[in-house]
Structures are given as structure tokens and as C-alpha cells.
Design a protein around this ligand. Structure first.
Ligand code: TRP
Length: 335
């Protein structure tokens, strides 16, 4: 039997190259390797824990779904769905809420950070984020959960919950491992001391100037790269230059990498040339992606149908786990 992996995706809108190299690409590779049963879902219920606008939420969800599908998530190979369409997530989440102490939830780093950021709007969902996440995971009884390093504490809580549950109610859940993504930090083009993100750049720069979005057209990629910060008075590579080289490692040819590294050592490098090469390579790399994404977004009904089919597939497994849980904890079931 194949081992199962589960991972959730934040529904925060269009994805950038940092998201792609850090997560999306890994999911597609795992799916294509074919040795795992893959469950990937968009965590739209988790998106409600921080301030949101209804129109943006649905549009962002569609965008992220299109990004994943265009990048190669194949609904025939992986189970791809929306969290909010498999109600078992919420039901098991509630049960887990009742098995988790308030102290444990209050100690979570993400809760502490986010409640500082959103001081006026701390809601119950922010506190119980990890129990919903534990339900997301354990419903599918996976052996591993691919996440970024900011999520390891949540996976630990999931393991603790699984262990506690098994001890008290009988063996039910595996204790899934964290499958850490390669730590990879693509930095902002406009502020290379910060991680690439759609927001959070230099506030004087236009929004998103530091991030290359996956569907940016070639001229936009070139424009953003041309503006990328490289200046420094240090002899070493500046953070901005190091970031360009990191991108070149992923998108350049062997010859290009060699050529620019040598020029860098000899101090003959022209950053404008490096940037143009990179822009060309990146635009090329995502050419098919852009076409596919445009096609997908022209037909949102098709995306929605794909998600509904995925949810039905997920629900088959989720409902089995949930009824096992209900029985074990003593909820009376229909005869
Ligand atoms: N919390 C995860 C993140 O912010 C998203 C997520 C929700 C998730 N549920 C999950 C990840 C279950 C892995 C498994 O990235």
C-alpha cells in the first residue's frame, strides 16, 4: 500500500516564484513520483481566521486553484480539493478542540504572532487554527505532511493529539512526520533582506514590486528584474546579487550559471546582462504555465467542477475516519 501525504495551501491569492520553488514545485514532484497517495487542498476555512473580504476570498481561491492546476497538479493523480467542501474537517476539528487544552493552543507561536498583528480582530478561529489543521491531516491518516518550517509546531501538535487520542480511545491515527521542504529563501527584489512576498516590501515601492508572480507577462518580469536591487559597497555578493544568483541556479542553463559565476569572481559582471538573461529564462520557464492559467481562469466553472470532484474523492476517506472516531468516543450513531 502506498503511503499517504497531506498538505494544505494558504488561499492568499496569486502565487509568486518564492511560493513556487518553496512549495508548489515540491507538490508537483511528489505527485509525479507516484509513490505516494497525495491529498492537496486549499485551506479556505483557515483563511477566515484573519481579516478577509468575501469577493477577494472567492477570487483568491480560484486564483490559487488555477495556479496549482496550471503548474501541474493533476486531479487524476492527486486528490485536490477545497477544505470547506469536506465538512468532516470541521467536525473532527470540533472534536479535537474538546480534546486540547487552552494552554496548548495559547502557546502556539503562530497564534502569539498573529494575535499581535491583528490585535483588534483576534478571533476564536485564530486560536483553534491548529486543531482544524490536525483534523485536516489526520482524517487521511498520512505518514507525512510536507510543510514549511513555520508549520512544524502545528504538525507536532497534530502528532500529540494523535498519540493522546490513541491512548485514550484505542489505536486510530498514525503519528505523521513533518516532511520539511528544502529551506529555500527567495528574497524580495526590492528589499533583499526580506523574504519575497506580495506585500511587505518597501512601502514606497509599488505593491508587489519585489515579487515575481508566476503569471507575470515577460515584459513585467523584465521590468521588475531591471529594478532589482544589486547595489552594495561590499566586495562580497550583496544580498540582492546573491538572490539573483539563487534564481539563476533554478532557471539558468549550466553554461549561463558558469559564465556569470566566473564574471562575478573576476569582477567583470554586468548586472544588467544577468538580469536580462534571468528575465528571459524565467519568462520562458513559465510560458506554458501562463497559457494554461489563462485558459483555466477563462472557465471558472471547470475549476469549480474539478474541486467538487476532488472533494467527493476526499470525502470517501474522510467520512470513514470520522465515523470511526465518533464511534470510539461514544457519539451515538444512527442504527
Ligand atoms: N497552516 C498551513 C500554512 O499556513 C496550511 C495548512 C492548513 C496545512 N491545513 C494544513 C498544511 C494541513 C499542511 C497540512 O501553510
Amino acid at each position: 500500500m502506498k503511503e499517504t501525504i497531506v498538505s494544505g495551501i494558504r488561499a492568499s491569492g496569486r502565487l509568486h516564484i518564492g511560493n513556487y520553488l518553496g512549495a508548489l514545485k515540491q507538490f508537483v514532484d511528489l505527485q509525479n513520483a507516484g509513490d505516494h497517495n497525495c491529498y492537496f487542498f486549499i485551506a479556505d476555512l483557515h483563511a477566515l481566521t484573519t481579516p478577509f473580504e468575501p469577493k477577494e476570498l472567492s477570487q483568491n481561491t480560484l486564483e490559487v486553484a488555477a495556479d496549482y492546476l496550471a503548474a501541474g497538479i493533476d486531479p487524476d493523480k492527486a486528490t485536490f480539493f477545497l477544505q470547506s467542501q469536506v465538512m468532516e474537517h470541521v467536525e473532527l476539528g470540533w472534536i479535537f478542540n474538546c480534546l486540547t487544552s487552552l494552554g496548548e493552543l495559547q502557546r502556539m507561536t503562530q497564534f502569539k504572532d498573529k494575535s499581535k498583528q491583528h490585535r483588534e480582530t483576534i478571533n476564536g478561529g485564530l486560536l483553534t487554527y491548529p486543531t482544524l489543521m490536525a483534523a485536516d491531516i489526520l482524517l487521511y491518516k498520512p505518514t507525512a505532511v510536507p510543510v514549511g518550517d513555520d508549520q512544524t509546531q502545528h504538525v507536532e501538535l497534530t502528532r500529540d493529539l494523535a498519540r493522546k487520542f490513541n491512548n485514550r480511545f484505542g489505536q486510530t491515527f498514525p503519528e505523521p512526520k513533518t516532511f520539511l521542504r528544502k529551506p529555500l529563501r527567495i528574497m524580495s527584489l526590492s528589499d533583499p533582506m526580506k523574504k519575497m512576498s506580495k506585500t511587505g516590501d518597501d512601502p514606497s515601492a509599488p505593491l508587489g514590486a519585489g515579487a515575481l508572480m508566476l503569471d507575470d507577462p515577460p515584459e513585467e518580469i523584465l521590468r521588475k528584474l531591471k529594478k532589482a536591487l544589486t547595489a552594495t559597497d561590499a566586495k562580497e555578493k550583496s544580498p540582492g546579487v546573491a538572490n539573483l544568483f539563487l534564481l539563476l541556479d533554478h532557471f539558468g542553463t549550466k553554461d549561463q550559471i558558469k559564465q556569470f559565476s566566473e564574471q562575478q569572481k573576476k569582477n567583470t559582471i554586468k548586472y544588467s546582462e544577468l538580469k536580462e538573461t534571468l528575465a528571459h529564462q524565467i519568462a520562458d520557464h513559465f510560458g506554458k504555465f501562463r497559457t494554461k492559467k489563462t485558459q483555466l481562469l477563462n472557465n471558472p466553472t471547470q475549476i469549480k467542477n474539478t474541486l467538487v470532484t476532488g472533494a467527493a474523492k476526499a470525502q470517501k476517506i474522510a467520512s470513514q475516519t470520522l465515523s470511526e472516531v465518533k464511534q470510539k468516543i461514544g457519539l451515538l450513531r444512527s442504527p
